[in-house]
Design a protein around this ligand. Structure first.
Ligand code: PMV
Length: 331
């Protein structure tokens, strides 16, 4: 299976032309609490394991897609025209090629309110917003699961950016990946907060796909990862159901650190942490020893995302003056 075949399967019997000139959609970014790390099929982004995320409410991508009568696409990010030969344009162009019926060309205008490519899942919300906008533009009326599968053709974690709240991405077992999509959990947790402690907005040194593939191919620790994910997924679901914050925090932090341990044991080694990352981890552990319920998670970048509950937010602001606090269930 390749991406074009997956798109064909999902869009069979759906319109390939439209009377609309443009359509706009928003997709929230998501932070994995149980990480997706490793692909069982690289061609169509099928994961080795399930994963579970929390969406960041109004943080994400708002994307307008218009059909244009030009020889080339045009991509704008936060009102800046992207160079045609940039990595961003190359990746988006390859994705849009999957949907270029009747030789369309697209103008894509994205407003994204998180730093791009700093391990803050900008590609997740970016691809999900493109898929949602295309769904509007062509009036496909796809189900959320189908939108999730199409988003997965852009990046794996995008399959979780279709919904707000907690999302469980089931790895699935089918070769065509039709059972590999997100499922929204019903649970809410109004007191839960995510703090974005961004000290580094630079582009990451190594992309997540390359890092994953190298880890799977060379890390001896990776063989323990699938079983750990399976245990932690069950445990975090029960923490969510019971609003057991310490369990949620502990499982998330442990899962993130274990993922990074698989990367450190890859060869050549992969280390996303910077000196500030380690200082912040030490501060978090120290604050926790002093009784403050705060945990962190870390993705394919140096920045940490803090996990805490509303009642700790004054202290968190004091300790991390630059933190941006997101309340996934209340705004
Ligand atoms: O979706 P990708 O290919 O950008 O990979 C995401 C990988 C992590 O952010 C590290 C983990 C995750 O589940 O989001």
């Amino acid at each position: 299976m390749n991406k074009a075949e997956v798109v064909k399967l999902i869009l069979k019997d759906r319109p390939t032309n439209t009377k609309l000139e443009s359509a706009t959609a928003f997709a929230p970014t998501n932070i994995a609490l149980i990480k997706y790390w490793g692909k069982r099929d690289c061609a169509i982004n099928l994961p080795v394991t399930d994963s579970l995320s929390i969406a960041l409410a109004n943080k994400g991508a708002t994307t307008k897609i218009s059909l244009i009568d030009q020889a080339e696409d045009e991509y704008w990010v936060n009102e800046q025209l992207m160079a045609a030969d940039s990595a961003f344009s190359t990746r988006l162009n390859a994705f849009l090629n999957l949907f270029r019926f009747q030789r369309y060309h697209f103008k894509v205008e994205t407003k994204i309110n998180i730093p791009i490519a700093a391990g803050l899942a900008s590609s997740a919300c970016g691809f999900a917003a493109v898929v949602k906008a295309l769904n509007e533009l062509f009036a496909w009326q796809l189900s959320d699961a189908e939108l999730s599968i199409l988003s997965r053709m852009g990046s794996g974690s995008a399959s979780r950016s279709i919904w707000q709240g907690f999302v469980h991405w089931q790895a699935g077992i089918r070769e065509d990946g039709m059972d590999s999509h997100g499922i929204a959990l019903k649970a809410t947790w109004p007191q839960l907060c995510v703090g974005l402690a961004i000290f580094n907005s630079a582009k990451k040194s190594i992309g997540s796909t390359e890092a994953m593939n190298r880890t799977v191919a060379t890390s001896k620790l990776y063989s323990a990862w699938p079983q750990q994910v399976s245990n932690e997924l069950a445990a975090i679901k029960s923490a969510i159901a019971n609003h057991d914050f310490n369990a949620l925090g502990m499982i998330s932090e442990h899962n993130a650190l274990s993922m990074h341990a698989t990367m450190l044991s890859a060869w050549p080694p992969i280390l996303y942490a910077q000196p500030e990352t380690l200082s912040m981890m030490n501060l978090i552990w120290q604050l926790r020893d002093q009784g403050l319920p705060i945990y962190f998670t870390q993705d394919a970048g140096p920045n940490l995302k803090l996990l805490f509950e509303e009642k700790a937010s004054d202290e968190i602001r004091l300790q991390f003056p630059n933190v941006e606090i997101i309340r996934p269930f209340t705004c």
